[in-house]
Design a binder for this molecule. Sequence first.
Ligand SMILES: NC(=O)c1ccc[n+]([C@@H]2O[C@H](COP(=O)([O-])OP(=O)(O)OC[C@H]3O[C@@H](n4cnc5c(N)ncnc54)[C@H](OP(=O)(O)O)[C@@H]3O)[C@@H](O)[C@H]2O)c1
Length: 247
Amino acid sequence: MPIVIITGGSRGIGASAALACAERGMGVVLTFNANPGAAEKVVERIRQQGGRATAVKLDVADNASFPAFRDDVARQLERVWNTDRFDFLVNNAGFGQFNPIVSVTEDEFDALYRVHLKGPFFLTQILLPLMADGGHIVNIGSATTRVATSGVAPYAAFKGGLEVLSRYMAKEFGDRRIRANSIAPGAIRTDLGGGLNEEFEALLAGQTALGRIGEPDDVGAMIASLLGDDNRWINAQNIEVSGGYIV
Ligand SMILES: NC(=O)c1ccc[n+]([C@@H]2O[C@H](COP(=O)([O-])OP(=O)(O)OC[C@H]3O[C@@H](n4cnc5c(N)ncnc54)[C@H](OP(=O)(O)O)[C@@H]3O)[C@@H](O)[C@H]2O)c1
């Protein structure tokens, strides 16, 4: 059974990806930060559907906690799957914040940097020895790297960095047959940045070729299928999953 680690698997896109991966026969290690109850619900749903999953606490902003997280993951792999390896890593955890460049504070900038670029970089580095050769890393970017939408400049800039980092991961880990890709969701109905009000949702739907905003399952299913063997030759790519956002 291939095993996937999904950061931020307690809610939104990560929770949907966790369920979709389990439906396709993967074991799932999902992480939560502030919402253990939400994570436990996802684990329980996977178990009820006959799958195997476990939840581990992780704050992607706190690099100093990564060695303890790696040890936690190793214990869960041993306990639940009787193995010392996992196969896939989905760097998904994140948060949003609207603030125009003129009023972004250094603290806000640093918080976004830690979660969206520094965290995925060093988390991947520390987990790599536990990843099986032939594995796959999927970094969750954003369509805001292609289209400048107002108020999310630092977020989009770090997502752009993550997109570039994905290509370098593909290059440097290729000798272990590990692939790396990034996925760029468009506007998806989650709690990110406090969620969407009706007016903003209508605006975003009007800017999307398919005439609606996305649901978490529109992205979760794609993440699970990208990890599958049918997509084994996709590497070092950024794939937008947006229903055609501002085309
Ligand atoms: N929704 C969109 O329109 C959209 C568009 C483009 C890209 N994205 C990206 O998609 C990813 C998932 O977002 P979402 O929309 O699903 O958001 P969401 O519903 O708000 O879920 C965010 C997830 O990330 C976790 N998380 C937040 N801060 C964390 C931290 N410091 N350390 C560890 N985990 C943390 C949360 O865990 P807890 O709840 O346990 O704290 C939760 O599981 C993010 O990277 C986001 O930037 C979203």
